[in-house]
Design a protein around this ligand. Structure first.
Ligand code: 13P
Ligand code: SF4
Length: 328
């Protein structure tokens, strides 16, 4: 017989999440692209690198990950003894979908003299086939530590890879994946907005295509964009990344104006990540209550993926030598 639970709303839901968080010794981690109420109830909100670090460091028994599946899998890879739950297991990512492990493996085999520098937005299998993982906030630091004559495959985000190639004069081979959210910004509409607010700087995520990034005053990860929002001198900022990050900006600087960059019809919701949006307060409550859906990864696969993630954590904090940078 299945247990019946009465639906909870508002204050009750928040109180129950709090009660379960204590009872389970759980930590709630949330990405900046999550709904405001999930960001507000989380113990920690951050970008992909910060969330990976938190997941590796926490002494909680349970990690409730308000983000997408590859992020929760990263938490499990780094903290295998903890229970990792994701409110909605269908919270995927278009970049991960664009890079099936068998095709990536064949691509690697076709380029045996290249190392694979891989964006964290990919499956655990692709991490296991990679040499070093990067996030948008660690990619520049890590790439600069790789000798100029080392040949590199970069996947799955061709826009982030192309941005790094242009900025550091590299010629990494790019996997042809894109983020459907950042791909949807419209240059024409952005320029119209800029005419309306000529003094407003533009902050853009490097997952945006070049026709957006080229207009940006700041290109950086979600945490870099947030930091810029806290320090820029004007009163209005145009934000070219997933718009839920604006919640943190408005909380920190209620007197300033933050405008999400527009999609093709000028005011569509096409820049809301449909995967991140699957997580809700109700699903966070039920995953803490039931400890399901849980992330499970076979041990040999986890260990293989951990090598490239450990290298990222070490290179991002400067604790690995360049001599250790060959193929895994
Ligand atoms: P960062 O938070 O690391 O900038 O990543 C952005 C993103 O698209 C996550 O899916
Ligand atoms: Fe993936 Fe883009 Fe959504 Fe991030 S915003 S999870 S890259 S689809």
């Amino acid at each position: 017989m299945t247990t019946q639970f009465a639906p909870l709303t508002g204050t009750d839901l928040r109180a129950e999440i709090d009660r379960l968080r204590k009872e389970r010794n759980a930590v709630i981690l949330a990405h900046y692209y999550q709904r405001p109420e999930l960001q507000d109830i989380a113990d920690f909100v951050g970008d992909s690198l910060e969330l990976s670090r938190k997941a590796a460091e926490t002494d909680a028994d349970v990690i409730a990950f308000c983000g997408v599946k590859f992020m929760a899998e990263t938490a499990k890879i780094l903290s295998p003894d903890k229970i990792v739950v994701l409110p909605d297991l269908d919270a995927g990512c278009s970049l991960e979908d664009s890079c099936p492990p068998d095709q990536f493996k064949a691509f690697r085999e076709a380029h045996p003299d290249h190392i694979a520098l891989t964006y964290i937005n990919c499956s655990t299998e692709v991490k296991a086939l990679s040499d070093v993982i990067v996030t948008s906030s660690s990619a520049e630091t890590i790439l600069q530590q790789i000798p100029k004559d080392q040949k590199i495959i970069f996947g799955p985000d061709r826009h982030l890879g192309g941005y790094l190639n242009r900025k550091f004069n590299r010629d990494m081979l790019l996997w042809p994946g894109v983020c459907i959210v950042h791909e949807a910004f419209s240059e024409r509409e952005l320029l119209k907005l800029k005419q309306q607010y000529p003094d407003a700087p533009i902050a853009a995520h490097p997952e945006c295509p070049p026709h957006i990034v080229d207009h940006a005053d700041l290109v950086g990860s979600t945490s870099a964009i947030l930091q810029y929002a806290k320090t820029f001198e004007g009163d209005t900022l145009i934000v070219a990344t997933e718009p839920h990050i604006i919640h943190q900006m408005e909380k920190a600087l209620p007197q300033k104006r933050f405008i999400g960059a527009p999609g093709a019809d000028g005011n569509c919701n096409c820049n809301i990540c449909p995967y991140m949006a699957l997580n809700t307060m109700e699903k966070l409550y039920t995953c803490l209550r039931d400890l399901e859906p849980r992330i499970e990864i076979e041990e040999p696969l986890r260990l293989a993926a951990k090598r490239s993630l450990d290298r990222m954590l070490e290179l991002a904090s400067g604790t690995i030598g360049q001599g250790d940078l060959g193929r895994v």
